[in-house]
Design a protein around this ligand. Structure first.
Ligand code: UD2
Ligand code: MN
Length: 457
C-alpha cells in the first residue's frame, strides 16, 4: 500500500478495490433534494485533463459523470491526455471507453503542456453549449449537474462551481464539503477556503440552498457557457503546467462583468492530495511564480505589490509576453482590481485601503517584527531586519489592523504577548493606534525595548 501510494500520491490500492460505480451518500441539503429545474437546460460537454492519472480514479470519474447526469444533458466526455507516460492510458483506454453509452473521446497533447493548455484543447474540440471541467480523480453525486446548468441558463455570464466534497486520499471515504466556505486567496496568491461572510448569508436571506457568490474558484471543477468562455478570453495560454489559472479566470470573470458562484445544491467529490505526484519541467517554484506573475501583472494593478513584497525573489522570474492579455483587459473594458476588492471581496486578505505596507522596525535596535513563518495562534517574533520582505512584511490597514498575510496581530492580555490570529475585522483586540508624535517622542526616549515604529516603505 505504501509503495503504491507514491505513484499518484493517494492510496491507489484502496482505489483499486472500489467499484467504478460505487454508491455515494446524498450529502445535499434537504432543501436541494426536491428543487425543480427547467426541461430545456443547455447540454454540456465534460472535459477532463490528466497526466499519468491512475486507471481506477480516471474511470471512476468518467463512470460517475455518465451514471449521475441525465442523458439528455450530457453531450460527451472529452479526455485530454497531457502526454502521459503510462501504457494503459494509450490504446487500452481508447478501447475501454469505446463501449460506454455516451461518446467518450480521448485526445492527446503532442507534448507535456500542463493543465491549462490541455483544457484549452479539450474545450476547442468539444461541442456542447456548456463546457464542464473536472479533474481526473472526481466523483459526481446525484443531482450534481442540473443546478449548475440551471444557473447558466438563467444568465450565460454566470460561471458555476459545485461544492467540492473530499474523497480521502487515504481511505477513499466520501466526506461532504461545506456550504459555509468560499474561495479566497492570500498575499502569496495561494487559493484558500474562508468562511462565507455574513453579508453573503444576508443577501441570500439565510437560504443556504441558494448559490454563494465566491471571489475565487478552486479551479478544477466548474461549468461555463461555451460562447462566454470565448468572449472573456478562455485561459491565458502562456501559463504552464499547474497553478494560477484559477485566480486568473476568477479575477477576469468578476472584473469583466461576469459572476462566479458556488452552487450549493451541486456536490462533486475530489481526491485532495498532500503532494504532487508529477514533475514540473523547469522547476515547481519557477513555473508557479511565472503563472502568478502573469495574473498579477495583468489583473491586480498596484495591489500586486502585496504579492511581490511577501515573496522576495519572485520579481526576478521572467513572465514572458503579456501584451495579448493586457489588450484583452482593455478590449473588454474590465474594471480595476480595487473595484473587485471593494465590491466582490471586501473581506479580502489584501486590504483595499491601508496606510502602509512594509517592515515594522525598532529604529534603535534595528530589529523587526517577524512572523517567523509561524502559524495561526502563535506569537509574533522579533528578528534582525533583513529588508527582504517575506516574513517581515506587515500592513497597517485603514481598519487599524496590523496584518501579515491572512493573520492579524492580536493582544488579549495586558502586557502581551502579541499573537497572530485570524483577522476578525471587529477591532477590539486587533485594533492598533499609531500616533506619530508619541512615536517620535518614545523613540527618542527609549533606546531599546519593545517600542515599535511604523515605517512606510
Ligand atoms: C487545484 C485544482 C486544479 C487546478 C489547480 C491549479 C481543484 C479540485 N483542483 O489543484 O484543477 O485548478 O488547483 O492549477 O480545484 N494535469 C495535467 N497536466 C499537468 C498537470 C496536471 O493534465 O501538467 C491534470 C491532472 O492530472 C489533474 C488536473 O490537471 O487531472 C489538476 O491537477 P491536480 O489534480 O494535480 O491539481 P489540484 O487538484 O492539486
Ligand atoms: Mn486534483
Amino acid at each position: 500500500m505504501k509503495e503504491m501510494f507514491k505513484i499518484n500520491q493517494f492510496n491507489l490500492m484502496a482505489s483499486e478495490m472500489i467499484a467504478f460505480n460505487r454508491t455515494l451518500p446524498d450529502v445535499r441539503l434537504e432543501g436541494c433534494k426536491n428543487k425543480l429545474y427547467p426541461d430545456d437546460l443547455p447540454r454540456t460537454s465534460v472535459v477532463i485533463v490528466f497526466h499519468n492519472e491512475a486507471w481506477s480514479t480516471l474511470l471512476r470519474t468518467v463512470r460517475s459523470v455518465i451514471d449521475r447526469s441525465p442523458k439528455s444533458l450530457l453531450e460527451e466526455v472529452v479526455l485530454v491526455d497531457d502526454a502521459s507516460e503510462r501504457d494503459f492510458l494509450k490504446r487500452p483506454l481508447e478501447q475501454y471507453v469505446r463501449r460506454m453509452e455516451i461518446p467518450v473521446r480521448v485526445v492527446r497533447m503532442e507534448q507535456r503542456s500542463g493543465l491549462i493548455r490541455a483544457r484549452l484543447k479539450g474545450a476547442s474540440l468539444s461541442t456542447g453549449q456548456v463546457i464542464t471541467f473536472l479533474d481526473a480523480h472526481c466523483e459526481c453525486t446525484i443531482g450534481w449537474l442540473e443546478p449548475l446548468l440551471a444557473r447558466i441558463k438563467l444568465d450565460r455570464k454566470t460561471v458555476v462551481c459545485p461544492i467540492i466534497d473530499v474523497i480521502s486520499d487515504d481511505t477513499f471515504e466520501y466526506m461532504a464539503g461545506s456550504d459555509m466556505t468560499y474561495g479566497g486567496f492570500n498575499w502569496k496568491l495561494n487559493f484558500r477556503w474562508y468562511p462565507v461572510p455574513q453579508r453573503e448569508m444576508d443577501r441570500r436571506k439565510g437560504d443556504r440552498t441558494l448559490p454563494v457568490r465566491t471571489p475565487t474558484m478552486a479551479g478544477g471543477l466548474f461549468s461555463i457557457d461555451r460562447d462566454y468562455f470565448q468572449e472573456i478570453g478562455t485561459y491565458d495560454a502562456g501559463m504552464d503546467i499547474w497553478g494560477g489559472e484559477n485566480l486568473e479566470i476568477s479575477f477576469r470573470i468578476w472584473q469583466c462583468g461576469g459572476t462566479l458562484e458556488i452552487v450549493t445544491c451541486s456536490h462533486v467529490g475530489h481526491v485532495f492530495r498532500k503532494a504532487t505526484p508529477y514533475t514540473f519541467p523547469g522547476g515547481t517554484g519557477q513555473i508557479i511564480n511565472k503563472n502568478n506573475r502573469r495574473l498579477a501583472e495583468v489583473w491586480m494593478d498596484q495591489f500586486k505589490n502585496f504579492f511581490y513584497i511577501i515573496s522576495p525573489g519572485v520579481t526576478k522570474v521572467d513572465y514572458g509576453d503579456i501584451t495579448s492579455r493586457s489588450s484583452l483587459r482593455q478590449k473588454l473594458q474590465c474594471k480595476p482590481f480595487s473595484w473587485y476588492l471593494e465590491n466582490v471581496y471586501p473581506d479580502s486578505q489584501i486590504p483595499r485601503h491601508y496606510y502602509s505596507l512594509g517592515e515594522i522596525r525598532n529604529v534603535e535596535t534595528n530589529q523587526c517584527l517577524d512572523n517567523m513563518a509561524r502559524k495561526e495562534n502563535e506569537k509574533v517574533g522579533i528578528f534582525n531586519c533583513h529588508g527582504m520582505g517575506g516574513n517581515q512584511v506587515f500592513s497597517y490597514t485603514a481598519n487599524k489592523e496590523i496584518r501579515t498575510d491572512d493573520l492579524c496581530l492580536d493582544v488579549s492580555k495586558l502586557n502581551g504577548p502579541v499573537m497572530m490570529l485570524k483577522c476578525h475585522h471587529l477591532k477590539g483586540n486587533q485594533l492598533w493606534d499609531y500616533d506619530p508624535m508619541v512615536c517620535l517622542f518614545l523613540c527618542l526616549l527609549f533606546d531599546s525595548g519593545l517600542f515599535l515604529c511604523l515605517l512606510s516603505l
